[in-house]
Design a protein around this ligand. Sequence first.
Ligand code: HDD
Length: 724
Amino acid sequence: MKSTKSDVRENNNKKQENLALHTEDSTGQPMTTNTGLLVNNDTSSLKAGERGPSLLEDFYLREKITHFDHERIPERVVHARGVAAHGYFQAYDSSFSKYTQAKFLTDPSRQTPVFLRFSTVAGSRGSSDLARDVRGFSIKFYTEEGIFDMVGNNMPVFFIQDAIKFPDLIHAVKPEPLNEIPQAASAHDTFWDFISLTPEAMHMIMWVMSDRALPRSLRMMDGFGVHTYRFVNEEGKATFVKFHFKPTLGVHSVAWDEAQKISGKDPDFHRRDLHEAIEAGAYPEWEFGVQLVAQEDEHKFDFDLLDPTKLIPEELVPVQPIGKLVLNRNPDNYFAETEQVAFHPGHVVPGIDFTNDPLLQGRLFSYTDTQLTRLGGPNFQEIPINRPLNTVHNNQRDGHMRQQINQGKTSYHPNTVGGGCPFQAMMKDGGFKHFEERVEGSKIRARSKSFMDFFSQATMFFNSMSEPEQSHLVDALRFELGKVDIQDIRNRMVGLLTFVDKTLARRVAEGLGMDVPEPQQPVNHQLGADANPKDYEPVFKKPAVEKSAALSMANTAKDSIKTRQVAFLAAGCVDADSLASVKKALEAEGAVVRVVAPHNGFIKDSAGKQIKVDQSFLTAASVLVDAVYVPAGQKSVTALLNEPDAIHFINEAYRHCKAIAADGEGADLIKATYVGAKLNNKAGNDAVAGIVIGNGGNDLSAAFIDAIKQHRFWQREKKDKIPA
Ligand code: HDD
């Protein structure tokens, strides 16, 4: 459904009305030029004779080709590949008004429109969704008091402590300049060269090498503000705050082998998933929560709150829920909205303020600066998706692509000619009052010595993970460093890992076929040439919290199969009841069933009913679904037994630890796969975890639903690998 000026839809809010003013629907409309002239022939250019040369006079051809020639704008220098959706945020109650005067966070009667853009960091606009990478999580809150942008990631810490190193970090991770290889991958020399010389990155490296970098869905990942910000209340009292967004569907990932295969089968896997879920009315939701630290407790932690490579363990400061964020509408136009949206951590509203985190401070410059090139000039805030809800009045004028038509004679303040307008608002009527922080210090180009603990939280993160998560992290490091050609870089990296966890270093070294280097004091290369390294030696200490439950995805919510994709493998004469009853049960729980058959079109079930085939084995793949079911029916199963792709489907789903179910004769298909041999083992062991076999009579739906809720049975990985 398209929005038009007169048709403001479902999520009826001010931002939508505002966007509708700029939305066009060509339904029932004749074609025109950009000057409004009706077009009668859009298929042939103007020529001197039917077979003659084209004429320069052809203004329509010239206009059309010129516009086309300029359709692309520079992609974002980072976070180029993204996808976004509209929605709203609503506070639960007014209890946080003790801490912040931000009305959208404290007035439960308001629904604040939001636009959330997800992204990968390193890849180009056309790269795959499933790169092993950080995911951007940027929310534009269109509040009544102005725009607040929360420009965060799906990981709560960052690689570097000072914005001045950002260009180096990005140059290192982006494709190498001589050949533009590799695309959207950190597995290459320059990235690991930089990291091996940047010990402050070790905590973030643990996150990026963890399963968090391979989300199952953008709807199933956390969002974090990363920096410590400030809440400021009506009395001007400040409280430190960290922002958290927790998805109600839980945080889930795919396996690395699966991610690589998805990149080929469906590089748009995440954006498709988001689009389809919203179109189906399964609106993604996050709970917005905050960790609050009183101003006087600033120095009570064993790390510096201003250091963006540190998180506050939830055991020390719990996350308090503040409200709900819901995405309920897909954009009408990718370019106009998702591509042109411009975020900026410096877009704040009264009640939210910055801290002196040196990474945040540098970001405050970068984001406006980048839009000047990317969106073509200083008027990018006038692009519909970027406009605030309220009308803008100031004395800024002109520039490329100015949209606003300012009336009157004056464009300066103070003035009398324009009646003094636009006038400065009184503080009581709103406006931003900067938190009055007392700042004192000599001008100095240096890093705070309180930032020198690079390892303790990396250790905490590793300790907090379940055994399968730790194994995945080891495999990730083996993969990434295995793609590094220069042995010195591997040595330095494994050396750094010894300071995180000796077993981790040993396991990675084993995979790389090398010895663990003698632990050496890591050199802190992030200092100026004249700095005395003795003054900036890394600090080694035990983490204050040894394990933090919130850091392990094993502890996430596993109580729903909503939007989970389940493939039903079937052929002609599939047992009618065996298919229909399980389909009905899964759909009742919100899952999406896809019938996969040897051919497209329709198959007949045992009752003679036509069943629509959603995909043939040619276009379907087990990596694109969460679970597989083989219904009963002798003929159907015999046909599947002759279909190598069906065998492969099951083996691969097993390898990726997914729930698998079969009913009646369907079990014969399972037996014909590698999984069959495992079934002969005693039930209840790890090898058959998540496999549900029905006897054709009983209803296996409940057991299958429980298995899908678990997301994955990683314990299967401890056993032998399946060659799929
Ligand atoms: Fe950044 C984009 C997140 C540090 C400079 N950043 C960008 C986006 C996200 C982040 C999610 C995509 C926004 C969108 O969807 O349009 N960036 C972060 C986080 C950081 C961070 C969580 C650390 C905590 N960024 C960072 C630094 C700098 C930048 C230190 C520069 C000094 N980031 C940019 C940028 C981008 C950007 C070049 C590219 C496109 C854009 O801003 O609009 O200005």
